[in-house]
Design a protein around this ligand. Structure first.
Ligand code: ATP
Ligand code: MG
Length: 313
């Protein structure tokens, strides 16, 4: 019996991390999840993690940087970059901007962050932690009810989620170890943090999703939420008409392509279900009726709401 999620339970978490193979629709799903949460009245922060601004492009929000920018009905956006996170972290420790400027504010810092293994990931996950926990630690109401991270593709996401444990193991005492332990306490608390693995009905994405689910659970030890099977070919013809077409052996290339894609969607849906038996799989259609990324995200938001609220369309 697979785990069933319902929207209210999901929305009680504080941090959602959206991951999956490159190009499967992570940014689109992160946007759709943001729309879904804000529609339920949650103040929601969307986080870009790899210095890129795909979410900003999708929502057409100009100049998104290292400060959260509110852009519509309960939705805000921030773009994290490891250099800004490094400055913020060092300033928290030494408290003097002039000292930071004198010692760190130079081109070597960027090289250092790029070269030190895991440092960029540690700075990023550290900043995500502070976005979720900072106010609560000061006894204040958090600015955001939910933080949604458009995480990098699978391998990098795994580094993001496993690097705090590496620090805890490597460092004996001190603030860095304490910070890493606090990050672990957040990301390993299933009542606070949930990951969303996005995939497509294709061989490589399905294999990668299955591997990622296992590693998230056993290596990173973070909770896995619904698996999002994105871009299924819609059954516009229905099963019976499809059988008719098959029997009629119509050799029209469009019909052939359609049949092939629907069969492929079915095949990989079953494969994913078979390999991730205990997970709920949200099935999202290929949105062929829309071109603009924001309209696609809106349509997917509706499809997810329908499945998570048990509403029949
Ligand atoms: N269900 C869907 N129907 C139609 N188009 C979709 C669907 N999901 C995503 N897309 C489109 O596919 C493209 C890739 O999606 P997206 O940028 O969200 O992927 P990604 O996983 O974030 O990619 P990257 O790994 O490069 O960050 C975009 O043009 C998006 O609009
Ligand atoms: Mg993306």
């Amino acid at each position: 019996m697979s785990q069933r999620w319902e929207l209210n339970g999901l929305l009680q978490r504080r941090l959602w991390i959206v991951t999956g193979k490159g190009g499967v629709g992570k940014t689109t799903i992160a946007a759709a999840l943001g729309m879904m949460a804000s529609r339920q009245g949650l103040k929601t922060l969307l986080v870009e993690t790899h210095g890129l601004s795909h979410l900003a492009e999708l929502f057409e929000v100009p100049e998104v940087g290292y400060e959260p920018k509110s852009f519509k009905n309960g939705l805000s956006l921030i773009r994290l970059d490891p250099e800004a996170a490094f400055e913020e972290y060092v300033l928290r420790q030494i408290k003097f901007q002039f000292l930071y400027n004198a010692v760190f504010n130079n081109k070597y810092v960027k090289h250092f962050i790029d070269a030190a293994p895991g440092l960029a990931e540690l700075l990023t996950i550290g900043k995500i932690w502070s976005l979720v926990e900072d106010e609560a630690r000061k006894g204040k109401k958090p600015e955001f009810d939910l933080v949604i991270v458009d995480a990098p593709s699978t391998g990098h996401s795994l580094s993001l989620l496993t690097v705090p444990q590496v620090v805890v193991d490597a460092v004996r005492v001190g603030p860095l170890k304490n910070n890493a332990q606090e990050i672990l306490a957040l990301i390993r608390d299933p009542l606070k943090t949930l990951t969303w693995v996005v995939t497509l009905p294709e061989e490589m994405p399905v294999n990668e999703a299955v591997e990622m689910e296992e590693k998230l659970e056993n290596q990173a030890k973070v909770a896995v939420g619904p698996i999002v099977l994105n871009s299924l070919w819609p059954q516009v013809l229905g099963k019976d008409s499809l059988q008719e077409l098959k029997k009629a052996k119509i050799e029209n290339p469009m019909v052939h392509l359609y049949r092939q894609r629907v069969d492929q969607s079915d095949f990989y849906r079953e494969k994913l279900q078979e390999r991730l038996k205990k997970r709920q799989i949200l099935e999202l259609p290929l949105i062929y009726q829309q071109k603009s990324p924001i309209r696609i995200a809106e349509a997917l938001c509706e499809a997810m709401r329908t499945q998570l609220m048990g509403v029949k369309p």
